[in-house]
Design a binder for this molecule. Sequence first.
Ligand SMILES: Nc1ncnc2c1ncn2[C@@H]1O[C@H](COP(=O)(O)OP(=O)(O)OP(=O)(O)O)[C@@H](O)[C@H]1O
Length: 229
Amino acid sequence: MIEVKDIKKRFGRKQVLRGASFTAEKGEITCLIGVNGVGKTTILNAIMALTPINSGEILIDGKKLTKDTFEKITFIPDAITMLPQMRIADAMEFMRDYYKSWNQKRADDMLGFFKLKKEDRISDLSKGNTAKVNLLLGLALDVDYVLMDEPFSGIDIFSREQIAEVFTSHLIEDRGVIITTHEIHDIEHLIDKVVLLDEGVILREFNVEEVRETEGKSVVDVMREVFHS
Ligand SMILES: Nc1ncnc2c1ncn2[C@@H]1O[C@H](COP(=O)(O)OP(=O)(O)OP(=O)(O)O)[C@@H](O)[C@H]1O
């Protein structure tokens, strides 16, 4: 389980996170939702220790992020971090050399699944295919937790649908996933849990199926209720 406990983060005079707490379980897809600039990416960066927090605590399976826990988790940012002149094959080779947890079979499966060609250069890829390569490079690691920042951002509906399929496939399996997105309609049926963030705190954390069954509400219904009240 990933436990985010009362984290606070300030950039200069701007207090972005004011004591945010939530949990994300293994085997579940947790979706972090909030308007632009509310601190979603900051939370993912904080979980990965890419940004230092001012106070609070983040635990991965009960432990702080160390070299060992770091190997349990991967972060797929909203932009590709590989050099544009690299071919997809070069990027895969780089990942294989760099990460012990690289799973070549899974990477090859994903190449086929997304119909990508290994010899294509990153700089020549469409936005949708760039997002798919980005996802491939992150998901081919055999890790327990996957963080994804806006995997659907700015890409066409067909690519979005294909990416959404990943969430119901063996590629996610029993991992714990935290995803940020503004395209909630695309994945509402795929996610287990929603965490609504505003003004640096968590306004509501709920299980999607539970709310659907007990209150007859969709994620968007709850968002309207919480954000417009
Ligand atoms: N390195 C930084 N230095 C200064 N301010 C920052 C830095 N990183 C983020 N911020 C500010 O913190 C706030 C939260 O940013 P963050 O990227 O976490 O928001 P977000 O919810 O992910 O937004 P979006 O939905 O637009 O991606 C914003 O006001 C942003 O300008």
